[in-house]
Design a protein around this ligand. Structure first.
Ligand code: GAR
Length: 203
């Protein structure tokens, strides 16, 4: 059985979607957060999934934090990592140790609206279509090869809450499907181009 870790800083609705997925759910064995008050940690504990708060303030610098994160992931023998609203940059030590095995979900159609405020940025820009991207994580922020994308139309009467809610709906479909494809070895990477075998919804 695969062992999946989910890193989350906030509400954890994507974590919930992963744990609720009949295939992926049993694989989720570890949740790590950089925030002690992240509701994601409560969601994990409710499911008896190991929940770890890794305190940024308790580590001297970013490199020390990354080393601690790597140690937690390796000690739990993690195969695949899902960044689900983890609002810290995952450093090169972790990226290197888990290369090709870390997915990030981003609330926009990358390369548009990278960064921490993608939904607000899309609204402010006035785009008619935004969406969701799931991509492999590399050393650059919101940059790695794209595994899956789904468009979400922006309505004239949308505000952050209404748009974010529809984006979440798409994320909750796309992220579990992408994690499943990665774990099952169906994700083939050629440079920037990713082929996902056997999954019409992903790839
Ligand atoms: C998600 O929409 C995710 O795409 C976003 O944070 C939200 C977390 O929601 N991530 C980023 O913006 C990363 N740049 P959740 O805690 O309910 O899963």
């Amino acid at each position: 059985m695969a062992r999946v870790a989910v890193l989350a800083s906030g509400q954890g609705t994507n974590l919930q979607a992963l744990m609720d997925d009949p295939v992926v759910g049993p694989w989720v064995v570890l949740v790590v957060s950089d925030r002690t008050d992240a509701f994601a940690l409560d969601r994990a504990r409710t499911r008896n999934v190991k929940a770890v708060f890794l305190d940024p303030a308790a580590h001297a610098d970013r490199a020390a934090y990354d080393q601690a994160l790597r140690e937690v992931l390796e000690s739990e023998r993690i195969d695949c990592v899902a960044l689900a609203g983890f609002m810290r940059i995952v450093g090169p030590e972790v990226v290197d140790a888990f290369r090709g095995r870390i997915l990030n979900v981003h609330p926009a159609l990358l390369p548009s609206f990278a960064g921490a405020h993608a939904v607000a940025d899309a609204l402010a820009w006035g785009v008619k279509v935004t969406g969701v991207t799931v991509h492999l994580v590399d050393e650059e922020v919101d940059h790695g090869p794209i595994v899956a994308q789904e468009p979400v139309a922006v309505r004239t009467d949308d505000d952050w809450d209404t748009l974010e809610s529809r984006i979440h709906g798409a994320e909750h479909r796309l992220l579990p499907a992408a994690v499943r494809a990665l774990v099952e070895g169906r994700v083939k990477v050629e440079g920037r181009v990713v082929h996902v075998l056997g999954e019409p919804g992903v790839g």
